[in-house]
Design a protein around this ligand. Structure first.
Ligand code: 5RP
Length: 227
């Protein structure tokens, strides 16, 4: 099969493999890696399993990833018992040229942001469809305290978004998700701060204040490495 015919799944496999090479220098007996959530992160976890004896373990950005790590015999640590995390590997729903991202399609945005905040290096792994000029075609997730949901939705309308409650989804933190449709974002840094200032918002899926340090992007021509 030629590279031009690679499927999205194959592109995810390719970036997961490339991420292994990125984390290799950080693997030693005491290192605890940060691990993200989603189908691309899952592929990375599956590959990391082969190296499980080369590092201490991982902190996970979701219960689902923690379970997958444990199923491979990788020890999962509480973040509070770990200092800084040398490297965090995670996917994205959208990423721009500045390596700002929209994340949270899998509802794990808050824990993802917390682990990313503790990480010395954030490696984003994504297939080429995730790279955009301007963030916002993917509906921006906002995690809210349940009793604040309607209030936050009204505030989001004032900012120009079309907020839609993600029914049936409860985050690992016991909260709810509102997805902001029709919300193109010109200034991700400013909008991230603006949304976080709404009372009742736990966090939002803009990762601009702490974007990625490295983007491994799966394209028909191979894995591109952007910094
Ligand atoms: C989960 C996320 C994921 O990183 C994002 O949704 C990308 O997922 P996938 O790798 O399945 O395309 O932010 O909350």
């Amino acid at each position: 099969m030629t590279q031009a015919t690679l499927s999205q799944d194959q592109l995810k496999e390719a970036v997961a493999a490339a991420a292994i090479d990125e984390v290799r220098p950080h693997l030693h007996r005491d290192s605890v890696l940060g691990i993200g959530t989603g189908s691309t992160a899952n592929r990375f976890i599956d590959r990391l399993a082969e190296l499980r004896h080369d590092f201490a373990g991982a902190v996970a950005s979701s219960e689902a990833s923690a379970e997958r790590l444990r199923s491979h015999g990788i020890e999962v640590f509480e973040l509070n018992s770990v200092g800084t995390v040398p490297v965090y590997v995670d996917g994205a729903d959208e990423v721009n040229a500045h390596l700002h991202m929209i994340k949270g399609g899998g509802a794990a945005l808050t824990r993802e942001k917390i682990v990313a905040a503790c990480a010395e290096r954030f490696i984003c792994i994504a297939d080429g469809s995730k790279k955009v000029e301007r963030l916002g075609a993917f509906p921006l997730p906002v995690e809210v305290i349940p009793m604040a949901r309607s209030y936050v939705a009204r505030e989001l309308v004032k900012l120009g978004a079309d907020p839609v409650y993600r029914e049936g989804v409860v985050t690992d933190n016991g909260n709810q998700i509102i997805d902001c449709y029709d919300f193109m974002i010109d200034d991700p840094l400013a909008m991230e701060a603006r949304l976080n200032a709404i009372v009742g918002v736990v966090t939002n899926g803009l990762f601009a204040a702490r974007g990625a340090d490295v983007l491994l992007l799966g394209t028909a021509g191979g894995v591109e490495r952007l910094t």
